[in-house]
Ligand binder design. Structure first.
Ligand SMILES: NC(=O)C1=CN([C@@H]2O[C@H](COP(=O)(O)OP(=O)(O)OC[C@H]3O[C@@H](n4cnc5c(N)ncnc54)[C@H](O)[C@@H]3O)[C@@H](O)[C@H]2O)C=CC1
Ligand SMILES: O=C(CO)COP(=O)(O)O
Length: 375
């Protein structure tokens, strides 16, 4: 008698039908990547008129004007319709709305499908990573993230773009990694200009995405106040150190932070005012009052709320994050921007990488930064 065993590594299959929750700029860009690769996508918007306009015009004029959406995207404002028969879910609504979103979809989400977070942050009240919020509310699903240096418009226009797809690997995933949710979702997203990488360090990936927005606000504040490239390079590099320490304290890996979702995204976000986080900081650094930033428009700036949640979490686990603390103190503690950044620069000298306790005072007699004298 001959026994036929299945092949040990069957060919991985992409997901054919996916749901994207959140028809803002990033949700629409991800839906575009998926549909361009031939997959069927339901794109959920919370506004029926918005969903109807997307279907009627083949464009998301509110968030990605001028980008023609490929065939294969159907917008809907009905959650049950969006989730019916779906094989994988991407959540792309603002981080502050995540728990409520999960509670809303709990009765209708198909059992066991993978959930990938494309929003970035830490939950404010609890200090939980977003994946922990999802696991809390929707147990029984593999939960991961898609994260990296990815401005929505460039991604939607198919510019060469790379991102990390991260899911913690189960025992079964280790035996057959090519069939893990991370590999299958990466395969599903892979095509044209979009190049995914796979990781099993979800904590490291999530920490990078949450912290980079806060550091980008710091970069913006200093550029708005008149400082330039040296300052930005310093903030990016020291920001990476803050990410590394927090990732490690939470059980992630330091080296993940040097990848696309950490250093990569931080570099992108700190490089131009295309970033809403950088742009908010820049306007505040120029002295524009918060209510007048973005000409009074209500723009999603994740780093603003995450300045609170990230610093709270860092304090809780005993990790020093002076850049995030400085942003928090200016945004939410009423601190004067110039005094706060002067104090940041006048801290006692530290070792790099952060390991030794040197306890050396800043030697310069003048410890205030020279705001207002640069071109
Ligand atoms: N825009 C980008 O280039 C990228 C954004 N992200 C992340 O994606 C997430 C979403 O950002 P964007 O799409 O850029 O924002 P957006 O401002 O373009 O759109 C926000 C979306 O969230 C929806 N929304 C607002 N409040 C809501 C609520 N209470 N309940 C449900 N939905 C609500 C809006 O209707 C809209 O569809 C954020 O966490 C952001 O950090 C990540 C990578 C790139
Ligand atoms: O996360 C982003 C790019 O990777 C988008 O950054 P902003 O939210 O600052 O625009």
């Amino acid at each position: 008698m001959s026994i036929k065993f299945p092949p040990p590594n069957p060919a991985p299959t992409p997901y054919a039908r996916l749901t994207v929750l959140g028809a803002g700029s990033w949700g629409t860009a991800l839906a575009t990547v998926l549909a361009r690769n031939g997959h069927e996508v339901r794109l959920w918007s919370r506004r029926p008129d918005h969903a109807a306009a997307i279907n009627a015009t083949g464009e998301n004029a509110d968030y990605l004007s001028g980008v023609t959406l490929p065939q294969g995207i159907t917008a809907t404002a009905d959650l049950a319709t969006a989730l019916n028969g779906t094989e994988a879910l991407l959540i792309v609504t603002p981080s502050s709305t995540l728990r409520a979103m999960c509670q809303a979809i709990a009765p209708m989400i198909p059992a066991g499908i993978p959930i990938a977070l494309a929003c970035k942050g830490v939950e404010k009240r609890t200090g939980l990573l977003l994946s922990e919020v999802v696991s809390d509310e929707l147990p029984g699903h593999p939960v991961g993230a898609v994260s990296g240096p990815t401005f929505a418009r460039e991604t939607a226009l198919d510019h060469p773009t790379a991102a990390t797809v991260a899911f913690p690997f189960s025992y079964a995933d280790r035996l057959s990694p090519e069939n893990s949710p991370a590999a299958r979702l990466a395969l599903t997203l892979s095509g044209g200009g979009f190049r995914p990488y796979v990781s099993d360090d979800l904590i490291g990936v999530e920490v990078g995405g949450a912290v980079k927005n806060v550091v980008a606000i710091a970069c913006g504040m200093m550029s708005g106040a008149g400082f330039a490239e040296n300052t930005r390079a310093a903030l990016i590099t020291r920001g990476i150190d803050e990410m590394k320490l927090l990732a490690q304290a939470l059980g992630g890996r330091r080296e993940t932070v040097t990848g696309l979702s950490g250093a990569g995204d931080l570099t992108l976000t700190c490089s131009s005012t295309t970033s809403r986080n950088m742009s908010l900081g820049h306007q505040l650094g120029q002295g524009i009052p918060r209510p007048n930033c973005f000409d009074g428009r209500n723009v999603v700036v994740e780093g603003e709320v995450n300045a609170v949640s990230v610093t709270d979490l860092a304090r809780r686990v005993g990790v020093p994050m002076p850049i995030c603390e400085t942003v928090h103190s200016v945004l939410h503690g009423g601190a004067d921007l110039q005094e706060a950044f002067s104090a940041l620069w006048a801290r006692p000298i530290e070792a790099e990488p952060f390991a030794l306790d040197l306890s050396l005072e800043h030697p310069a007699p003048q410890t205030s930064l020279h705001f207002g004298v640069r071109q």
